[in-house]
Design a protein around this ligand. Structure first.
Ligand code: PXP
Length: 248
C-alpha cells in the first residue's frame, strides 16, 4: 500500500507572508498526523523563504510519524541534518529564483558532491533519497551513489494534458520498475492533485507520495466557511466584559 507524506511548506509560506507566528506549521503537522499522514516533509531552503530552522527542530521533537527533510546537498544543510537527525533526507536541486523545485537533480554532473553528501548522512544512519526525473540514467547513477531511495519527479505527468498524460504515466511506471529491479526504494511527488494522484498511487512498487500544495489548498476550501463563521460571531456579538492585557 502506498503511504502519504504531507509537505507542509505552504503553511509556512502563509506565515512568512506576514512574518508573524501564524499559521504555525508545527501544530498543523500534528493535525496532518491525525488525518493519517505517514510522514511529514519540509524543505529547509537556503534562503529560509518558508520553513525555518526552529520548525524542523520542533517537528523532530513533536511528530510521531516519519520526518523527511528536503534540502540541497550543501555543507550548511548537511550539518543541520546531522544535528537534527530526520528519519530521511531527500536531496533536491535548489535555485534561489525558482518558485518551487522545478526539475530533478542532475546527478550525472554532480556525482561527487552527492556521493559525499550521501556518505556523510549514511554514516549517521540517515537514509537518503534523491529527487530525480524518471530517467533511466539518473536511476542507475542513484544506485551507484548508494542512495537507498529515489523520489520520482511527477511534475511532467501532473502538467501534461490528457493526450500526453498516459505517456508520462508510462515513464513513471517504467522508472519505478527499473529502480525496484536495482534494489532502490521509490517515492514520488510534485504537482500531484486530488484529480491525478490515484494512477500514481497504484503503480506497483511505489512506496510513498509526497504531496503539499493541493492538500494545503484543499484545507482552505474545507476550512474557510467555519473560519468566517467564527469571526462573524465575534464581530457580531463581542463580549462586553472583555479585558485586554493586565487591566483589572
Ligand atoms: N517532493 C519534492 C521533492 C518537492 O520539492 C515538493 C515541492 O516542495 C513536493 C514533493 C510536493 O509538491 P507539491 O507541493 O506540488 O505537492
Amino acid at each position: 500500500m502506498t503511504s502519504l507524506g504531507v509537505n507542509i511548506d505552504h503553511i509556512a509560506n502563509v506565515r512568512e507572508a506576514r512574518q508573524t507566528v501564524e499559521p504555525d506549521p508545527v501544530p498543523m503537522a500534528l493535525l496532518a498526523e491525525l488525518g493519517g499522514a505517514d510522514g511529514i516533509t519540509v524543505h529547509l531552503r537556503e534562503d529560509r523563504r518558508h520553513i525555518q530552522d526552529r520548525d524542523v527542530k520542533l517537528l523532530r521533537q513533536t511528530i510521531r510519524c516519519r520526518l523527511n527533510l528536503e534540502m540541497a546537498a550543501t555543507e550548511e544543510m548537511i550539518a543541520i541534518a546531522l544535528e537534527i537527525k530526520p528519519d530521511m533526507v531527500t536531496l533536491v536541486p535548489e535555485k534561489r529564483d525558482e518558485v518551487t523545485t522545478e526539475g530533478g537533480l542532475d546527478i550525472k554532473n554532480n556525482r561527487l558532491v552527492l556521493y559525499e553528501a550521501i556518505k556523510k548522512l549514511n554514516s549517521e544512519n540517515i537514509p537518503v533519497s534523491l529527487f530525480i526525473d524518471p530517467d533511466s540514467e539518473q536511476i542507475q547513477i542513484s544506485k551507484e551513489l548508494k542512495a537507498m531511495w529515489i523520489e520520482l519527479h511527477t511534475g511532467n505527468y501532473a502538467n501534461a494534458d490528457w493526450k500526453l498524460q498516459p505517456k508520462e504515466l508510462a515513464r513513471l511506471i517504467e522508472a519505478t520498475n527499473l529502480a525496484c529491479d536495482l534494489g532502490l526504494r521509490v517515492n514520488a511527488g510534485h504537482g500531484l492533485t486530488y484529480q491525478n494522484v490515484e494512477a500514481v498511487a497504484a503503480i506497483p512498487g511505489m512506496e510513498e507520495l509526497n504531496i503539499g500544495h493541493t492538500i494545503i489548498s484543499r484545507s482552505i476550501a474545507v476550512g474557510l466557511l467555519e473560519a468566517v463563521r467564527e469571526m462573524k460571531n465575534l464581530v457580531k456579538n463581542p463580549r462586553r466584559d472583555m479585558r485586554i492585557g493586565n487591566q483589572t
